[in-house]
Design a protein around this ligand. Structure first.
Ligand SMILES: [Zn+2]
Length: 114
């Protein structure tokens, strides 16, 4: 989980630190919700509040697992200085700094929604 800021990256150190911490916080919030849902607690409102979109036929625990996997994949790319971080998985376009600050786990551009 540690972040090595000496690994080369196209992002500056402060931004990498900020994105890394936001990704950890998001992962932690999702994991907590997933634990609650698996314990049969109703967390539909909380899941919506955290910005996880419902999908027809997909159970809340699957939505949360998908969201958690996405966050972890993005954090690993960021921490490794992998150039795929901050780009659309489909077309490779760079996401804007504003987009990344708001949604550091974003892996699609607006032309390629999930
Ligand atoms: Zn794209």
């Amino acid at each position: 989980m540690s972040l090595d800021l000496d690994i080369p990256s196209r992002f500056d150190r402060d931004l990498r630190k900020e994105l890394h911490h936001k990704l950890l916080a998001r992962g932690s919030a999702l994991a907590t919700l997933l634990g609650d849902v698996l314990a049969d607690k109703d967390r539909l409102a909380a899941i919506a509040a955290i910005g996880v979109e419902p999908r027809p036929g997909i159970r809340p625990e699957e939505l949360l697992r998908d969201a958690l996997n996405q966050v972890e994949r993005r954090r690993r790319l960021l921490d490794a200085g992998d150039d795929r971080y901050g780009r659309c998985d489909v077309c490779g376009v760079e996401l804007s700094r504003t987009e990344l600050e708001q949604l550091p786990w974003a892996d699609r551009c607006q032309a390629h929604p999930r």
